[in-house]
Design a protein around this ligand. Structure first.
Ligand code: UDP
Length: 322
């Protein structure tokens, strides 16, 4: 197949491109390299990378016409980036997806859109299910613009399915992690790994009792490919993630132990980390029943295995100064 991956030079996108190329697909990447890096994909044979934005409708049209299917991953992500650049977040995420949907529909190309567990917001359920209500904070708290922008993407995609029967499927990703993810935009595991290897204090935000479930990118990308391949799974949303909650305090201790580091832990108030009025989710865990029943999805990689992979990758990057 001929495949377009928007955001293909990013962390998840590059792993997806690798997998598609390995199975013999011809892969085109559209990435503005704002947070992605060409180095993430340059080792993939015969890949074509177009450095441009999903906001460039002509480019999007030309590319979509050339391929069979489109994976839309390009987005402004990362809590730090979102809080610092809310305009960029809202415009890129909404207008970019609108453009992709319009062109995919024009040429009738099957489409997968990646969304995020952020859309569940501050809900307090033990495990979020795709049909749960969403609890989003007020509009003056910039953090929520990301959740709102991705929710609009979902609404729009489902509207295309509903009104035009355009084949589109949505994957809600829960804290995907693994090699090549950078801590530069806020993500916690690469941040902790870097701090541990440099023997700097690990910055645990808030009281450290908040929990997350981290999914390995190597478990997530095959699920994306299967969701796309299965033409009977259109017009729906699927959670993808892991079911092993860990508090940030425990995570910091685990990273220190696995990196054999002497680093200490420093508790940093949220307002110092992200500015005044920041709101975090206390717990976030996916219900995986729907994706399990649909495609037999089962995360395979444990948190310790994930940490070992990220620590090894971070060590390598530090040696090469990237
Ligand atoms: N976090 C932390 N220290 C850091 C970066 C993040 O304690 O240096 C916390 C953050 O406040 C959140 C959790 O780790 O509670 C996960 O943050 P991340 O940005 O990776 O993902 P998200 O907030 O989207 O779940």
């Amino acid at each position: 197949m001929r495949v377009l991956v928007t955001g293909g030079a990013g962390f998840i996108g590059s792993h997806l491109c690798e997998m598609l190329a390995e199975r013999g697909d011809t892969v085109f990447v559209l990435d503005d390299l704002s947070t992605g890096r060409f180095e993430n994909i340059e080792h993939i044979p015969d890949i074509t990378c177009i450095v441009d934005s999903t906001l460039n409708q002509e480019i999007v049209r030309d590319l979509v016409r050339e391929v069979d299917v489109v994976f839309h991953l390009a987005a402004t992500v990362g809590v730090q980036l979102v809080v610092n650049h809310p305009i960029r977040t809202i415009v890129n995420n909404i207008q970019g997806t609108e453009t992709i949907l319009e062109e995919a529909c024009r040429y009738r190309r099957r489409l997968l859109i990646t969304s995020t567990s952020e859309v569940y917001g501050k809900g307090t359920n033990t495990a979020f299910n795709e049909n749960d209500d969403r609890v989003i904070g007020p509009t003056h708290r910039h953090r929520w613009c990301y959740a709102a922008s991705k929710a609009i993407d979902e609404f729009l995609a489902l509207a295309y399915w509903h009104e035009k029967r355009h084949p589109v499927v949505i994957a809600r990703l829960f804290n995907t992690v693994g090699p090549r993810q950078t801590g530069r935009y806020g993500m916690v595991i690469p941040t902790f790994a870097r701090q541990a290897l440099l023997n700097e204090p690990l910055t645990v935000y808030g009281d450290g009792k908040q929990t997350r479930c981290f999914a390995y990118v190597g478990d997530v990308t095959p699920a994306l490919v299967t969701l796309m391949d299965r033409t009977d799974l259109q017009g729906a949303v699927y959670n993808i993630g892991n079911n092993e909650p860990v508090s940030m305090e425990e995570l910091a201790k685990r990273v220190i132990a696995r990196a054999k580091s002497n680093a200490t832990i420093r508790y940093v108030p949220y307002e110092q980390a992200y500015g005044p009025g920041y709101e975090d989710m206390r717990h976030r865990e996916p219900c995986l029943k729907k994706i399990r029943e649909a495609i037999g999805y089962q995360p395979k990689t444990s948190l310790d295995e994930i940490l070992d992979a990220v620590i090894a990758d971070t060590r390598n990057r530090l040696q090469h100064d990237v």
